[in-house]
Design a protein around this ligand. Structure first.
Ligand code: MIC
Ligand code: SF4
Length: 754
């Protein structure tokens, strides 16, 4: 039986009535995204329609998921909200904190030893507040969610940007900051700007070396890293139906890399098969009764231009394998063009490591397709040139893969390393031998992100994202520019051989199996469970509420940093070694903006402390301003805060006394996170005003007293030579969000309403 089946039953029972209510209001055929959004309005049936890209709407998600690196902060905040139990089914997953070093067994034990305090904290908070806990080794949050919790037509939020993976099972699943999760777990509405809709029609059928991953690698190339911002992407067409459920998950997963709010697919047979294989026939029979509501209307898919804000068409027959990177997931190069492109750009082509795993590509099907390549190479006498590292997505996948002989196949290559069922190298939890030498090199992986330093901490590692089967092929050839369709390999006898096309099984023929899935159910009554946080802990710290706004204009603020170019959440609050401090706001604040490039001087983590005139590190400078009672601001470029959902990227500057972040444009989750923590998240009305900001300027906010929705704010910039600029700033705060600012944070507001 599926988890939380009563909740799912209720959602489906209410579907027909809610859809009928919408049809009365909207007199055109409906996309799937609209159906899911309008059936999940806070307050029940739809009473009005909303403007895409304009209206703020209160929603009522069905469930919440959190991963260990963000759950700590989310749950520390939830503990302050004064509730006894999470109001909707919620889970936390221990997956980000385990380092990949020698192999699954040892690494897992080491991970548990090193993170014991944090895992115990999460386990006891979950136990207390009725939250399911998936222990270390159980798997990566989004795979575990797909296998156990996702259901067609449902809505969920998760404190991780790749929560969107559940779109593979026809959900609207959205990545958020912890404070948003707190709203939902506290039984309150969850607010989102009604998204715009992009329709992607998939025609034809994947074939040969082309994989579901190539669909999204191609889409990323078309839309770029911010092209999906504020949009839900809905896939449809014959090609969509031909892709497996986990393949759909891969496509939705990487929608995060183009800034999409989420992506989804209509309910179809691939989902039925996946639900049944993962023990959820009960969900299939319920979903089947409302199946017409769990996909877009036929008329929408027949004339998509009329109903979506943008339509893209991809012919899967024509699609070829891609490699995206380095340093950004939207730089798409077809495998067939890699030789030329790599040599033009001077990308190293020798590959030492090739990695399969992450929430994007670690399904049973992924492993079978990659294993088929390895088996083929072994049978043709070809030895791998690079090391193949594999992180299975969940214990269920790993156990089944072992039972079915897949792990054994991978291990026919002596150099293969099977790592823990966890994020591992995808989030810098990788003790790569030699990384400290910072040599220029390339790696390939089947993950989703490839920002600088992300996998092994080496700024000179260029990571290329591709499908698991291409990762396996590149591991064998040892060459980034290897094209398996054209290039022969030399086997042990010196003969030229070609690798055969990958073959896989969508699902295990004997079904999934697992001995211990790693799940811990919460206590029925958690009131006696005690959660202890050691006041001397360096990893966990109870939160102190941020100060409310004093009602005065912010005057005399100094510039902490003007960030130049790409500034992702990895630049603002780096992961890897810093994951250690995710539950301790003061300690993790020591990584605040240390990866951002200072527009003055061009270095990372080097700014001028304007109180002393000395060069200093960003966090130390912020602390100096804070200690002196001087407010500070941060300036940024386009798509500021792209990437992760981690709210640390907003809480750290807030904790260090930054009052406003002013940029050319924001990534969605980060903008909300800033607002939630009581910060001013503002954009230049005139983008070129970015150029007016000088290192030693003073900033005065002239009209904060009249801060109101839709009204610009005015910033006075006083330059060193006493000349002045007055510029206009835009914002997207609604009146509720302005209250967050006034109260010091959204959480302060929840508490004051208690
Ligand atoms: C990531 O992929 O960057 C992460 C680590 O999963 C993050 C969450 C985090 O920073 O903890 C995400 O994608 O939201
Ligand atoms: Fe984990 Fe990587 Fe997925 Fe983030 S993207 S949840 S770090 S596997």
């Amino acid at each position: 039986m599926a988890f939380d089946i009563d909740m799912i039953k209720e959602v489906y029972e209410l579907y027909p009535r809610k859809i009928e209510a919408i049809r009365k209001l909207i007199n055109h055929p409906l996309t799937l995204a609209e159906k899911i959004l309008y059936t999940h309005l806070w307050g029940g049936e739809a009473k009005e329609t909303y403007d895409r890209g304009v209206s703020y709407v209160d929603f009522s998600p069905d469930r919440v998921a959190m991963q260990d690196a963000t759950a700590q902060m989310a749950l520390l905040q939830f503990m302050q909200a004064g509730k006894n139990k999470a109001a909707v089914p919620s889970t936390a997953h221990a997956d980000h904190l385990i380092q990949a070093r020698v192999g699954a067994h040892k690494d897992l034990q080491e991970g548990i030893n090193k993170n014991n305090e944090v895992f115990n904290f999460l386990s006891s908070v979950c136990n207390k507040y009725g939250i399911g806990f998936w222990k270390p080794g159980a798997g990566i949050i989004h795979q575990v969610v797909l296998e156990n919790y996702a259901f067609p037509g449902g809505m969920m939020i998760g404190t991780d940007s790749h929560t969107v993976n559940a779109g593979g099972l026809g959900m609207v699943a959205i990545g958020v900051g912890g404070a948003d999760a707190v709203d939902v777990m506290a039984g309150m509405a969850w607010e989102l700007k009604f998204p715009k809709l992009i329709g992607i029609k998939l025609s034809g059928k994947l074939n040969g070396w082309t994989a579901p991953k190539d669909v999204i690698l191609k889409v990323a190339g078309i839309l770029t890293a911010k092209g999906g911002t504020g949009c839900i992407i809905e896939y449809f067409g014959e090609g969509a139906k031909s892709i497996s459920c986990t393949g759909k998950g891969t496509i939705c997963n990487m929608g995060a890399e183009i800034g999409a709010t989420t992506s989804t697919f209509g309910y179809d047979d691939s989902m039925r098969r996946y639900l049944a294989a993962t023990g959820r026939e009960d969900v299939v029979s319920m979903a089947d009764q409302v199946s017409e509501h769990l996909t877009g209307d036929a008329e929408v898919y027949a004339n998509p231009e009329k109903y979506f804000d943008q339509v893209i068409e991809i012919d899967l027959n024509e699609l070829t394998p891609h490699l995206n990177g380095p340093f950004t997931p939207d730089l798409a190069t077809p495998v067939a063009e890699m030789k030329e492109t790599a040599s033009k750009n001077n990308w190293p082509t020798d590959i030492e490591w090739a990695l399969i795993g992450s929430c994007t590509n670690s399904s049973y099907e992924d492993l079978t397709r990659a294993a088929s390549i390895v088996e083929d190479a072994v049978s043709k006498g070809v030895k791998p040139k690079a090391i193949l590292g594999i992180n299975p997505g969940s214990e269920q996948v790993r156990y089944t893969a072992e039972r079915d002989g897949l792990i054994e196949i991978f291990e026919k290559f002596e150099s293969t390393r099977i790592f823990t069922n966890a994020c591992g190298p995808c989030i810098g939890q990788w003790d790569r031998p030699g990384a400290e030498k910072e040599e220029k090199n390339s790696i390939v992986h089947s993950f989703n992100r490839n920002f600088r330093k992300r996998a092994d901490g080496n700024p000179n590692t260029m990571a290329f994202v591709t499908s698991p089967e291409m990762v396996a092929a590149i591991a064998i050839s040892g060459k980034l520019d290897y094209n398996p369709m054209l290039d022969p390999l030399l086997n042990e006898n010196g003969e030229k051989v070609f690798l055969s096309e990958p073959k896989g099984s969508e699902l295990p023929t004997e079904g999934f199996d697992v001995e211990d899935n790693g799940y811990q159910a919460p206590a029925d009554d958690g009131s006696n469970v005690e959660v202890v946080v050691d006041p001397n802990s360096e990893r966990l710290q109870l939160l102190t509420p941020f100060d409310a706004w004093d009602g005065e204009n912010i005057m005399g603020a100094k510039l902490l940093i003007k960030a130049l170019g790409k500034c992702t959440t990895d630049h603002i609050s780096m992961a890897g070694p810093w994951l250690r401090y995710r539950g301790h706001l003061d300690n993790i604040s020591n990584n605040c903006l240390i990866g951002a490039i200072n527009a003055f001087g061009g270095a990372a983590n080097e700014v001028t402390n304007l109180l002393t005139g000395d060069k200093s590190e960003v966090p130390a400078t912020a602390r100096a301003y804070k200690a002196a009672g001087v407010p500070s601001i941060v300036i940024g470029d386009h798509n500021y805060g792209e990437g992760s959902s981690r709210e640390h990227a907003a809480m750290e500057p807030r904790h260090l006394g930054v009052k406003a972040v002013i940029v050319k444009s924001f990534a969605r989750i980060h903008e909300t996170n800033l607002k939630k923590q009581g910060m001013l998240a503002l954009t230049f009305d005139n983008e070129s005003d970015y150029n007016k900001i000088q290192e030693d300027d003073l900033f005065n906010f002239l009209d904060l007293e009249s801060f109101s929705p839709g009204k610009q704010l005015t910033l006075e910039i006083i330059h060193n030579d006493k000349s002045k600029d007055i510029i206009k700033l835009n914002h997207t705060f609604n009146s509720q969000q302005i209250e967050w600012f006034k109260n010091g944070s959204a959480l302060n507001l929840i508490k004051s309403n208690e």
